[in-house]
Write a protein that binds this ligand. Structure first.
Ligand code: NAD
Length: 300
């Protein structure tokens, strides 16, 4: 391996420490405790793990954590009533509805019922529009985490060629907007892109957000490029024992690390940054709600 390893786990620890500092100051100087509410509908095991982890980390940085666990058969009306109650609760500064929702619930409708200033996932249509027009918004956590790591590694991103693979609303598109905001020349590649290898070879920065295990090989990477691997894919790992699995990203780590200038691992790269950025967004939302200065370096 020749690439510098971008250690997302350590970086997330720094972000959480910054958040905790700011939370302590808000309490001490203003008597305010930032509050994050997470709404979980149904029993999806992966969602339950995420929600538990979010609640634990929220408390660890000194914020108030509220969890609403609703039955899988909850009606849209009842879910909207919970969101409305949280919208009106002055002790709650961030609201997150864990996705995916059961099929009978309209995700867009529910997300757009969250007060935009409390939408710490940054998925509300108002925040999407604000980000797209370069205005102050709540920024989706995963791309925000990628941006923080890129800024930290490169300093300025201005003029760099960036290729984002994947055009989802939660990762690919907002990632591209953020890179554009930092004056990269941005290409969004996707499942219909012709000659993806050639497109990726032009990039100084590659962000892979596809959901296909190890699909980007080292010979697609320009020597010295920075590779950010958003993918989280579980593969069978019989060598670890029966029924065991291992996590891999969307890039083939070993061949890419031999060519890249810097690379994030999976696990331990983008993943830990996502919850850290959720905490950062909550403290930012709290400061904005109270007309106070936002913590530096924790927003886009
Ligand atoms: P998605 O399924 O919504 O979007 C995938 C995108 O990849 C699509 O836009 C599609 O056009 C593109 N794509 C599919 N096949 C392709 C191909 N062969 N070549 C080029 N592009 C192709 O996925 P998502 O929600 O954006 O997530 C992407 C990955 O990132 C997943 O592995 C997911 O688990 C992971 N993820 C990680 C985090 C984190 O915290 N680290 C957060 C969100 C998503």
């Amino acid at each position: 391996m020749t690439a510098t390893l971008i250690d997302g786990k350590a970086f997330a620890g720094h972000v959480r420490a910054q958040v905790a500092d700011h939370v302590a100051r808000l309490k001490e100087e203003h008597g305010i405790t930032p509050g994050l509410a997470v709404v979980l509908v149904g029993e999806d095991p992966a969602s339950q793990v995420y929600v538990r982890s979010k609640g634990k980390q929220t408390v660890e940085v000194g914020m108030k954590s509220v969890e609403h666990k609703l039955d899988a058969t909850t009606s849209e009306q009842d879910l909207l009533a919970v969101v409305e109650q949280l919208n009106n609760d002055p002790e709650i500064h961030g609201i997150l509805v864990q996705l995916p929702l059961p099929a009978h619930l309209d995700e867009d409708l529910v997300i757009n019922s969250i007060a935009p200033e409390k939408d710490v996932d940054g998925f509300h249509i108002s925040n999407v529009g604000l980000l797209g027009t370069g205005q102050k918004s709540m920024v989706p956590c995963t791309p925000l985490g990628c941006l923080m790591m890129l800024r930290d590694y490169h300093g300025s991103l201005s003029g760099l060629d960036a290729v984002v693979i994947g055009r989802s609303n939660i990762v690919g598109k907002p990632m591209a907007q953020l890179l554009l905001g930092d004056s990269c020349t941005v290409t969004i590649a996707h499942s219909r892109t012709k000659d993806l290898a050639e497109v990726v070879r032009r990039a100084d920065i590659v962000v892979a957000a596809v959901g296909r295990p190890e699909m980007v090989p080292g010979d697609w990477i320009k020597p010295g490029a920075t590779v950010i691997d958003v993918g989280i894919n579980r593969l069978d790992a019989p060598e670890k024992g029966e029924g065991k699995t291992r996590l891999v990203g969307d890039v083939d780590f070993h061949s890419c690390a031999a060519v890249a200038g810097a690379i994030t691992p999976v696990p331990g790269g983008v993943g830990p940054m996502t919850i850290a950025c959720l905490l950062a967004n909550t403290v930012t939302a709290c400061c904005r709600a109270n007309g106070l200065a936002e913590p530096e370096g924790l927003t886009a």
